[in-house]
Design a protein around this ligand. Structure first.
Ligand code: MLC
Ligand code: AMP
Length: 442
């Protein structure tokens, strides 16, 4: 059973959002009604605003065995159109939750799809990653083992609910444990500190959030109280790790995951929290680094996705013949089995604020603007975001301002994909084949 606590309904808070709480009995009742309203649906999409309604809709769909596509509420017109056309949901859940008369539904099989999460690749529009229930259940149990995570934990975060970090690990995780989610509505250092001053025990965040925590020493005492501070989705710089330790006395626990695999490795609660390392493989997850080190990380195990929706070509290309998933991440293995991630194979993937952004999709969007004749998009180091999106633009005779170009990308794709810097150039460096030499732009 994926969510046993919903059957036993312990008398405690399951979900806490600003100004709104649901206990387990309340969540169970509402989610069962949604499940009953979803019977017979093939696939649904849910506008994944950071609120309890999103969680009720997702939990209801999980109870009914109907796969959910969580939609970023800020999706721009082009990207939204792609996601809806590609996933073809037979219902898009917004404010009003579908409901039906209470019914006892059988637990769906472990191999059935649970979530379809869209993630960027190097080129083309994002792909739908189909995650089975088994991946969630086994991965959350492996994390519980690594982090000594129990029903007594109150997990605090302000992560978006349309990615595996916030939704899979940050909401379904505590609910599987029978513990509590305290979602901040949106990330804010003071609010996170306040939650940890209350009953919060564990904080989940991306490195950008920890960077902002380190810049707010007035709240250090609150973060010092946490049982665990966990970081993931992007590299936590070793300098930031050290700054946080100096401020809070805490050593941040890093874990390494991916939409396609959920979590692969993590430093254990009882383990050595060495800066720049993401710990050993989680129980049940096979991880290997192929070729000369640093080599590519490959993963096999019950945590893997089933396929990219409607993309058998891409699915095939992502796996080796014997079923290892190629992550595209480069790592070395330390003598005690800890992974140290050192980069990515593809230079056209940007991680900004913990969001994955394909350079190609941003370039395609910018090329649609009348002010852009040619464009190349790169990622540059950024203290706060890890990497920032930079657009190198050869303007037309009607050039656009950086703000116009950023708004254009935000409107077409999504705000976090917008270029933070625009550099105007007379031409782009190209090889004999006409391919842009991005390394020369840096
Ligand atoms: C700004 N905004 C605009 C805009 N400019 N909107 C429209 N048009 C424009 N031109 C809006 C934004 O939408 C946002 O609104 C606000 O202004 C600030 O924008 P921002 O500067 O982009 O946001 P920022 O504050 O920098 O966000 C930082 C952040 C965020 C850390 C809070 O990046 C974040 O939540 N990251 C988490 C990503 C994540 O969960 N990744 C996990 C992927 S799974 P508003 O209303 O939104 O504030 C994965 C696997 C694993 O990686 O291992 O976990
Ligand atoms: P996504 O496709 O958005 O799920 O992002 C997955 C990618 O985020 C991985 O392939 C890594 O490149 C990166 N990532 C996740 N966790 C970490 C981490 N702890 N350290 C470094 N990179 C990470």
């Amino acid at each position: 059973m994926l969510l046993p606590a919903l059957a036993s309904t312990p008398a405690k808070v399951a979900l806490r959002f600003p100004g709104h709480e649901l206990t387990y009995p309340e969540l169970a009742e509402q989610a069962r009604a949604v499940a009953a309203g979803l019977v017979g649906r093939r696939r649904i999409a849910v506008w994944a605003r950071s609120d309890a309604r999103t969680c009720v809709a997702v939990v209801g769909a999980l109870l009914a065995g109907v796969p959910v596509v969580p939609l970023n509420p800020k999706l721009g017109e082009r990207e939204l159109d792609h996601v809806l056309t590609d996933s073809a949901p037979d219902l898009v859940v917004d404010d009003v939750l579908p409901t039906g008369p209470p019914a006892d539904l059988p637990e769906p099989p472990a191999g059935a799809p649970a979530l379809i999460v869209y993630t960027s690749g190097t080129t083309g529009p994002p792909k739908g990653v189909v995650l089975p229930r088994r991946a969630l259940a086994t991965n959350l149990d492996a994390l519980a083992d690594a982090w000594e995570w129990t029903a007594d934990d109150v997990v605090v975060h302000g992560l978006p609910l349309f990615h595996v970090h916030g939704l899979g690990i940050g909401v379904i995780g505590p609910l599987r444990r029978g513990g509590t989610v305290h979602h901040l509505g949106s990330f804010d250092v003071a609010a996170a500190a306040g939650a940890l001053d209350g009953d919060g025990t564990v904080l989940f965040g991306v490195p950008t959030m920890y960077h902002r925590i380190a810049r707010a020493p007035e709240h250090a005492a609150s973060f010092a109280k946490a049982r665990l501070l966990v970081s993931g989705s992007a590299p936590l710089p070793a300098t930031l790790h050290a700054e946080l330790t100096a401020l809070t006395g805490q050593r941040v626990v890093e874990r390494y995951g991916m939409t396609e695999t959920l979590m692969n490795t993590s430093v254990r609660a009882s383990g050595d929290r060495r800066p720049g390392t993401v710990g050993p493989p989680l129980d049940g997850v096979e991880v290997r680094v192929v070729g000369d080190e640093p080599g590519e990380v490959e993963v096999r195990g019950p945590n893997l996705f089933l396929e990219y929706l409607n993309r058998p070509d891409a699915t095939r290309a992502a796996f080796t013949e014997d079923g290892w998933f190629r992550t595209g991440d480069l790592a070395v293995v330390e003598p005690d089995g800890y992974l140290r991630l050192v980069g990515r194979r593809a230079t056209d993937l940007i991680k900004s604020g913990g969001y994955k952004i394909g350079a190609g999709e941003v370039e395609n969007a910018l090329l649609e603007h009348p002010g852009v004749a040619e464009v190349a998009v790169t990622g540059e180091p950024d203290d706060d975001l890890g990497e920032r999106v930079v657009a190198w633009v050869v303007p037309t005779t009607t050039p656009a301002t950086p703000e116009e170009l950023a708004d254009h990308v935000a409107r077409l794709l999504t705000p976090h994909k917008r270029p933070r810097v625009v550099r105007y150039v007379e031409s782009l460096p190209r090889n004999d084949m006409g391919k842009v030499l991005k390394r020369e732009l840096r």
